[in-house]
Design a protein around this ligand. Structure first.
Ligand SMILES: NC(=O)c1ccc[n+]([C@@H]2O[C@H](COP(=O)([O-])OP(=O)(O)OC[C@H]3O[C@@H](n4cnc5c(N)ncnc54)[C@H](O)[C@@H]3O)[C@@H](O)[C@H]2O)c1
Length: 329
């Protein structure tokens, strides 16, 4: 039976992936220090199922998983210090902790007797330096030469920790898959992300209110978490080994203003969009070239932006916005 270790498993992607792999017969051990992820009813329900366990541990301590065992077939290292506020306030910690946690997890993975795959999530931010200094092809293929944003900018810390992380994973001598997530959204994600944050602000508005939308003309594509997990699971097959894969959707590409209009119609409020400031350092355009990933997985995105947003809103409205539920930070 496959046995899977997921760090950062109480968080957004790790939690969804854990549920999916458990359903496919994996034994799952989830590790998290609960700094962002939460032990909500979803996680408690998973923890009650056979073959699933939660281990609260802080990966900044290299010995935190010393007794974890050597029979994992799959290791997903999703824990990281991330989020705009962390990146802006604690760039040194982002660099040091992300690299240190990855080193710890590569050692854990190397100690496994029959490891089939180590999965490392990088980020779409790796393309930001190329966009800043050169001509970034859009949609952006994985083969795009990567440039580094100015090193003195705090925001560079996150992408640099991921670029260095990709290099470490390449050289670790393990069977690996590197993924570059592009704007995943869905249920059970931190409220600071653009989709749930806008949904909450619209939900809390009254008809006639104004809604300030930042970076209105920035363009993004958004990938519903079910499609993201489908790609990740399919990449565990032989086509995914030793490769780097964008994960996201190539279309539709929407401005943040257009996204806000869609969210307003889903929530059903008569609010007026007012353009806000442009967030400094936020890439103006981001869109993955999905040719390689679709070729390797045979999967095309199945959930439209409107359907995914509706499902996301229904979940937040019932569990979080109406009070009572806990949400990831
Ligand atoms: N969500 C996206 O669209 C996206 C985009 C780009 C990259 N990624 C990458 O994917 C991974 C998962 O992202 P996510 O959106 O699920 O984030 P998340 O914040 O929801 O999950 C990360 C989890 O790691 C845990 N964690 C942080 N520090 C830890 C520590 N020292 N010890 C143990 N656990 C710790 C947090 O408590 C959290 O539950 C991250 O590595 C992130 O950089 C995600």
């Amino acid at each position: 039976m496959p046995k899977t270790l997921i760090t950062g498993g109480a968080g957004f992607i790790g939690g969804h992936l854990a549920a999916r792999l458990l359903g496919e017969g994996h034994e799952v051990v989830l590790v998290d220090n609960l700094s962002r992820g939460v032990r909500d009813e979803t996680l408690e329900a998973l923890a009650a199922r056979p073959g699933f366990s939660v281990r609260v541990a802080d990966l900044r301590d290299p010995s935190s998983l010393a007794d974890v065992g050597t029979d994992f077939t799959h290791v997903f290292h999703f824990a990281a210090l991330l989020g705009v506020q962390n990146v802006l306030d604690r760039p040194a910690a982002v660099l040091r902790e992300n690299v240190a946690m990855l080193e710890t997890m590569l050692d854990v993975a190397a100690a496994q007797d029959h490891l089939e795959r180590f999965v490392f999530p990088s980020t779409s931010e790796v393309y930001a330096g190329t966009q800043q200094h050169f001509e970034l092809p859009i949609p952006s293929p994985e083969t795009t030469p990567l440039a580094i944003s100015p090193l003195e900018h705090p925001r560079t810390s996150y992408m640099l920790s991921k670029i260095y992380g990709e290099a470490l994973v390449h050289q670790a001598g393990l069977p690996f898959t590197i993924i570059r997530p592009h704007n995943f959204y869905g249920t059970r994600m931190g409220l600071a992300h653009v989709v749930p944050q806008l949904l909450q602000r619209i939900h809390d508005s009254s008809d006639g209110d104004e809604l300030v939308v930042y970076s209105m003309d920035h363009r993004r594509t958004f990938c519903f978490i079910d499609d993201a997990v489908e790609y990740i699971v399919r990449l565990l097959g032989p086509n995914g080994e030793g490769g780097t894969f964008n994960i996201g959707v190539q279309s539709p590409e929407v401005t943040i203003g257009e996204l806000a209009e869609l969210l307003i119609s889903v929530v059903g409020r008569d609010v007026q969009i007012v353009p806000g400031e442009t967030t400094p350092g936020s890439p103006p355009r981001r869109c993955p070239d999905m040719t390689r990933t679709i070729g390797a997985t045979g999967h095309e995105p199945a959930v439209t932006l409107e359907a995914g947003v509706r499902r996301t809103y229904d979940w937040y409205r019932d569990r979080i916005f109406s009070g009572g539920g806990v949400s990831a930070r």
